[in-house]
Ligand binder design. Structure first.
Ligand SMILES: [Cu+2]
Length: 240
């Protein structure tokens, strides 16, 4: 097994990785076969004095075969992906949220709006944070993804989450972390000159630790708080 992925700390990460390996196995095998055939034919049919080219009009049988096989492969991949895709991407099948936050991408930062101790977004105890998303471990978290300016892509490599943030849209996603720790938030869509520094941290806290953090309005964000201290809720950030 290859170890080119970051450690998986997502409940659905193993399914994602499995599908990735299945598709890579199929496409990788076909790639090797095609390249081998290419090299073979380049050598076998290389120029030789006196050899005439042969005119081939087509071969119905071959064409049917090389259309039917890829079609079957694509259908198999689609059927295999359907379950994981629906579980991860269909809002109607999201597990009930323990926490729902709004993440708004803009050049070049991630702004997070938390519901606060009452766990309801859009109330007086909401608070915000910048470039830092703090969530509880082992509980489903919903994120409503927005963008202020251009298309960004919200990427949590360790959680196997990647979703475009599109201006004018509120896109729901979810994930559930399986281990406390600090992970990466990256922007996976070239969004301007500062794209490379559009990074943040996903902080996964144990239940009690998260509750304390949440009850204090995000003020105990830990040692890294100096960099990404929650800022006072600004009216223009909320869009309402
Ligand atoms: Cu971006």
């Amino acid at each position: 097994m290859f170890h080119w992925f970051p450690e998986n700390v997502s409940t659905f990460g193993a399914e994602m990785d499995f599908m990735f390996m299945v598709i890579l196995g199929i496409t990788g095998t076909i790639f090797l076969l095609v390249e081998a055939a290419l090299v073979y034919f380049v050598i076998k049919y290389r120029h030789r004095e006196g050899r005439q080219a042969v005119y081939v009009h087509g071969n119905m049988k071959l064409e049917v075969i090389w259309t039917a096989i890829p079609f079957a492969i694509v259908v198999i991949i689609a059927v295999m992906s359907m379950g994981p895709w629906m579980r991860v991407r269909n809002p109607e099948r999201f597990p009930p949220a323990a926490l729902t936050v709004e993440v708004t991408a803009k050049q070049f930062e991630w702004n997070v709006k938390y519901p606060g101790p009452d766990n309801v977004l859009g109330t007086a105890d909401d608070f915000t944070g910048r470039n830092r998303l703090t969530v509880p471990n082992g509980l489903p978290v919903h994120v409503v993804l927005r963008a202020e300016d251009v298309i960004h892509s919200f990427f949590l490599p360790e959680l196997r989450v990647k979703q475009d943030a599109v201006p004018g849209m509120a896109i729901p996603i979810w994930f559930e972390a399986t281990r406390p720790g600090e992970y990466v938030i990256g922007c996976a869509e070239l969004c301007g000159l500062g794209h490379y520094r559009m990074r943040g941290s996903l902080v996964v806290l144990d239940g009690a630790e998260f509750d304390a953090w949440n009850a204090s309005g995000g003020s105990q964000a830990g040692a890294a708080a100096a960099v990404t201290e929650p800022v006072a809720l600004r009216q223009d950030d909320t869009g309402n």
